[in-house]
Design a protein around this ligand. Sequence first.
Ligand code: FAD
Length: 326
Amino acid sequence: MRLKKFEHFEPRTLSEACQLLNEHGSKASVIAGGTDLVVRMKYGVTTPECLINLKKVDGLSAISSVGENLHLGALATLTQVRCSELVQERYPILAEAALAVGAAQLQNMGTIGGNICLEPRCWYFQQGNSWRQARPNCFKNGGAVCYMAKGSKRCYALYCGDTAAALLALGAKVRLVSLGGERTVPVEEFFVDDGMRHTNLRPGELLAEVILPGPGTGQRGTYLKYRKRGALDFPIVGVAAVINKGATAASRLRIAVTGVGSSPSLVVPPADFPAGTGLTHEMIDRMAEIARKQVKPVSHMEVSPGYRKELVGVLVRDALEKLAGA
Ligand SMILES: Cc1cc2nc3c(=O)[nH]c(=O)nc-3n(C[C@H](O)[C@H](O)[C@H](O)COP(=O)(O)OP(=O)(O)OC[C@H]3O[C@@H](n4cnc5c(N)ncnc54)[C@H](O)[C@@H]3O)c2cc1C
């Protein structure tokens, strides 16, 4: 599995990185920890002609308090995130999610920005070139079929990042920069449910930082992940749940799922759901059922959509029971 030849740039500033991204357009890929991108390059799934390595960009790995908010530089490693005292104290759910990514080696190299931008996966294109050549190309390889959802007219590759679910549940935002300026968008608006283009990143734009809103009083959260091998695996389903007693009724309970569609998504409680009054067993059962009904999983290599639907219900129930008992 030799890598194809590519040019390698090491910008020192964000504007230099954006300049390079602008110059090389779709021939370039941004690389952070490389734990996702290099694997895809080795499999010949992604073949960038040049890599724009963010590792030497000044200040991009900082974790800092700004007013009530916490800012995480895109290049902060998952180990940095989960070991940060500020994260552990204020957003333990994010530390849990970062700890759930792969294994320690991947957390040491993988970054929060790379984890959020993680490419959706599927059993077909996540294989070597020669293996894939046994079948017609899928959408990701320039073809017109999707092996995840047969007969579909679009790519249904699955988004399997762990931290995005926690960030969604926490109501985080991402700051995106380009030569043309910058914009800050809520995480739910950053993702798109499309396996071919799962984020709203525009050409020439990169993710600079994650902004977590102040936790408010009485915020509690947890991230639960079901995976095949406990030691090292992507989520078959991941569920993040946050209860924020001080928030308005509409945002008091936020539940997000990952591993189910081409983007992580929020499970929306009905308007009459009394999340501020403490969770009873009846409320938890009701919310688990709502979550089960709202998600529409596609097939997974080893697990049927129906099974994953059930799993969502089970994990939501477990997460809320954990929070109710905390
Ligand atoms: C064996 C194995 C197991 C794994 N298990 C898990 C798991 O359980 N859960 C999980 O979530 N992930 C898992 N991963 C995937 C990966 O290791 C992590 O998601 C990691 O956090 C990716 O971060 P990175 O910095 O290495 O990203 P990179 O590989 O550098 O980049 C990933 C993608 O994001 C883009 N990108 C990176 N940074 C930016 C930025 N700042 N702005 C715009 N685009 C950017 C890159 O262009 C690339 O497309 C696993 C990987 C392997 C090899």
